[in-house]
Design a protein around this ligand. Sequence first.
Ligand code: CA
Length: 243
Amino acid sequence: MSHPSILIIEDEPAIADTLLYALATEGFSPRWCSTAAEGLAALRAQPFALLVLDVGLPDANGFELCKQLRASGHDLPIVFLTSRASEIDRIVGLEIGGDDYLVKPFSPRELTARVKVILRRVAPAAAPGTVTVPAPAAEIVTNLVTISAPFTHDELRCRISYRGRPLDLTRIEYRLLATFLGQPGRVFTREQLLASAWDEPEASLDRTVDAHVKTLRAKLRAVAPDDIDPIVTHRGLGYSLRE
Ligand code: CA
C-alpha cells in the first residue's frame, strides 16, 4: 500500500479534523473514530499501519485501550495524545506499550513528523513493500521537527523537554538541540552547527561549538544521569543526535 492507513481515535472533532488534514497532506490515508468502541471495530475490520490514540476518550481510557490491544495481539505502533503533561511518565515508562506521545496542544506537523519516524523504524520488520512512507519534499525536511522519543519540541514556544522535563536552555543551546532533533542520526560538522545556531557566525565572538555542546550535555545529564549521552561525538567530523 502506497498510502499507509492511520487510525485516529480522538473525541474532539477539531483536533481530529486537523490531524486528518495534516496526515492526508503528507500522503497518508487517515481514518477517524471518535470513540474507543468505534475504533476497536475499525481495527478488527482492517489493518492499520499506525494508531493515533487520545488518552481521554468518552467511553474508555486510552491507556486501557492500548493494553487491551496489546493483550489481544495488536502490535501496530501507537502514538498517544494527552492533554496532561503529568501523564507522560506513564507513557515514557513503557508500562503502557505505546510508541510515542504528544502533549496537546501540538502542531500537526509535529505529529506527521513523528508518524514518519515511527513508520520508518518499523518498516524493515514488516513484509517488504507493505509500508511505504512518503518522502517529504526537501524544503519541508529542514522545517520538520523530527523527534526521538525522550524529547518533546514545542516549536511555537521554542521549548524542548527531555524525559518530560522542560530544559532551561540558552538561545544557542536551544538552536543546537533543535538542529539535532530536526535530523536524528545525521552527523553535523561544527561549521554546519555554527551556521544553524548562530545569527552571524562569522561575526560572533562566541564561536565555540564544542563549549555549547558541553553545556547542553550537562543539562541533559542533569535530567537523566543514567541515560547514555544522547549527543554522539564523531571524532574529526562533528556531532549527531543518537537515534
Ligand atoms: Ca479527549
